[in-house]
Design a protein. Structure first.
Length: 426
């Protein structure tokens, strides 16, 4: 049952604590990565057979197979996915940034260039559920950024990839799709094999093995983030419908046994009503076992004296998803400092962000919203700087640069700054 706490009766540190997955898979993941680096496609085929029952199945999905999958999916679902893709494009286009040039009066020219990454790899889960929405959320911003090539890996249970996943890849504009999952897929994207090309960055969610593999290959390639289990935190006054609040909490609890679902309210009446409603809805939820385990481990209702206190606690949690189910949500928005994605009012449930609104659902978890951001177009570009100095511009600053260098004990730097002056390098 969802437990109710009163702030002040339990230390805040205990109220915001999460139960983390303590399973250490680092050794197993390191072995898999080393195997893929050494043996390439042969290792991938071996793991496909061992973990997914996909023995002898070709690693790459053909264009004809993508077309067939698209044709096999319910046309209404295709329409919805295309609508979602367009909403994601509309929202993310505004994130495009450009370079700039600074021209100084002494003749120096400085600037910044913004360039798309050459090749990006998407990891799309294929375990207890298929997530075509993740294909759209990860690929569309990459395309807007101008990435040259987007490749995707996803597990193929029994040798087959879900038609809806492949249809989403076609809609989003994925260039190549590969039937491989787990840590071995991350290794293949990071180092390349005979079939799977090496990428510059890996994005997308996954299980503990995928997360650990991303951690281990970081530095060889870039990664988006180390994603933890799903989280939702709702701040609500006493006027919300308990059934709505319970449904929103369970929308994330059903993702994962380690998911976090928290309601913070200034109303004990609402707290007790939501507690009862969660039990009622759990009884008829198809993924009851998963959701109940999450509610027992990381579910809670916290009763505060005021809504300002509730927002203060929400900032301490720094949740992946934050709902502000209050009369004047925009009045509280400015008080929110730490959250991945914020849903305002009583008629904006979190699943809108998961699927259709256009905001990205690849979000920081486990408190990392304190210092990191949702996935966006800026994650698929890199910046470089350039500088140009005329002889006169260099002469004007050479002595200053040399003085600075000498103060750090780097005489070679000082010589370089003045070397172009007659006799400067002697």
């Amino acid at each position: 049952m969802l437990k109710i706490y009163v702030r002040g009766e339990t230390p805040d540190a205990e109220l915001v604590r999460r139960e983390a997955n303590a399973r250490d898979v680092s050794g197993t993941v390191a072995e898999i990565i080393a195997d893929v680096r050494q043996n390439g496609d042969a290792a991938l085929m071996k793991y496909n057979a061992r973990f997914d029952g996909a023995e002898g199945v070709a690693l790459e999905v053909t264009p004809a197979e993508l077309d067939a999958a698209y044709a096999a999916v319910d046309p209404e679902l295709i329409r919805v996915m295309e609508l979602a893709a367009e909403n994601i494009r509309e929202f993310h286009r505004r994130q495009l940034t450009s370079g700039y040039v600074v021209s100084r009066s002494n003749g120096a020219v400085l600037g910044q260039r913004v360039l798309p990454l050459r090749r990006v790899g998407l990891y799309i889960p294929g375990g207890t559920a298929a997530y075509p929405s993740s294909v759209l959320m990860n690929c569309v911003p990459a395309r807007i950024a101008g990435v040259d090539e987007v490749v995707m890996t996803t597990p193929a249970s029994g040798g087959a990839v879900s038609d809806v996943i492949l249809a989403a890849a076609r809609i989003a504009g994925v260039d190549r799709v590969f039937r491989v999952g787990g840590a071995q897929a991350v290794a293949a994207l990071a180092y390349g094999t005979e079939t799977i090309p090496q990428v510059d960055k890996i994005v997308g969610p996954g299980n503990a093995f995928v997360a650990e593999a991303k951690r281990q290959v970081f530095g060889q390639v870039a990664i988006d983030m180390i994603a933890g289990p799903s989280e939702i935190l709702i701040v609500s006054d006493g006027k919300s419908d308990p059934a709505w609040m319970a449904a929103d909490l369970l929308s994330q609890a059903e993702h994962d046994r380690l998911a976090t679902a928290i309601l913070i309210t200034d109303s004990m009446e609402l707290a007790e009503a939501v507690q009862a409603e969660v039990e009622r809805q759990l009884a008829v939820l198809p993924r009851e076992e998963i959701a109940r385990a999450a509610i027992e481990a990381n579910g809670k209702i916290i009763v505060t004296k005021t809504l300002d206190e509730a927002v203060e606690m929400a900032n301490a949690v720094a949740p992946e998803h934050l709902e502000l189910a209050v009369d004047e949500p925009f009045a509280f928005l400015g008080k929110v400092r730490n959250a991945g994605s914020i849903f305002l009012g009583r008629h904006c449930p979190e699943p809108l962000g998961d699927y259709l609104s256009g905001t990205n659902h690849t979000l920081p978890t486990m408190g990392t919203a304190r210092f990191s951001s949702p996935l966006g177009v800026e994650d698929f570009v890199k910046r470089s700087y350039f500088s140009y100095y005329t002889p006169e511009a260099l002469e004007a600053v050479a002595d200053a640069a040399a003085l600075f260098a000498d103060s750090e004990g780097l005489h070679g730097h000082a010589v370089s700054a003045t070397a172009r002056r007659e006799g400067g390098a002697k």
